[in-house]
Ligand binder design. Structure first.
Ligand SMILES: CC(C)(COP(=O)(O)OP(=O)(O)OC[C@H]1O[C@@H](n2cnc3c(N)ncnc32)[C@H](O)[C@@H]1OP(=O)(O)O)[C@@H](O)C(=O)NCCC(=O)NCCS
Length: 139
């Protein structure tokens, strides 16, 4: 069912920023003993796509895919037991695209924090498997 949702009301329901977190367990480590980069990228993709997909509620789009991942910078290693916080900010929308900047913060077992990784994701909204205008505006 379609609803009439203004950009203002959508922004109230879906803030531009969202956070997802997980704890580094042993099965996420590489053989250097630090958080495996592929695991982190997967979690970032999930967090960023979830942030974007919420903006597609009440649109005619029925899904989205990751189109581009760029500007990936692994700045410091994640360690066993760290709480990893993935902060996502929607920064730009096109006709069917949504750009999300991702900043990954770690918090150690002793409470020390630092940046693990930053990256930029572009998602494309779909309908029936092809790009479709989402009609989203950012104010
Ligand atoms: C992403 C995809 C849907 C784009 O399809 P397409 O027919 O080439 O898209 P179009 O040329 O019509 O462009 C549609 C939009 O996508 C954007 N886009 C397409 N390819 C892009 C890319 N590589 N990087 C960034 N944006 C891209 C365009 O800029 C355009 O944005 P706009 O609507 O806001 O102006 C298609 O390439 C695809 O399905 N790729 C595989 C996605 C995938 O499997 N991801 C991993 C699993 S989620």
């Amino acid at each position: 069912m379609q609803h009439s949702v203004t950009p203002e009301s959508r922004a109230k329901v879906n803030p531009l920023t969202s956070t997802y977190s997980f704890t580094v367990f042993p099965d996420s480590l590489n053989y250097a003993g630090t958080l495996f980069g592929g695991k982190l990228l997967s979690e970032m993709d999930l967090a960023a796509s979830n942030a974007a997909r919420k903006w597609l509620y009440h649109t005619s789009c029925d899904g989205l895919v990751t189109a581009q991942l760029s500007e990936v910078n692994f700045k410091s290693p994640g360690m066993l037991g760290d709480i990893v916080e993935i902060d996502c900010t929607i920064t730009k929308v096109g006709i069917s695209s949504i750009t999300v900047l991702v900043n990954v913060i770690k918090e150690s077992k002793t409470g020390q924090s630092g940046v693990i990784c930053t990256a930029r994701f572009v998602f494309v909204a779909l309908k029936d498997g092809v790009p479709f205008p989402h009609n989203i505006e950012l104010n």
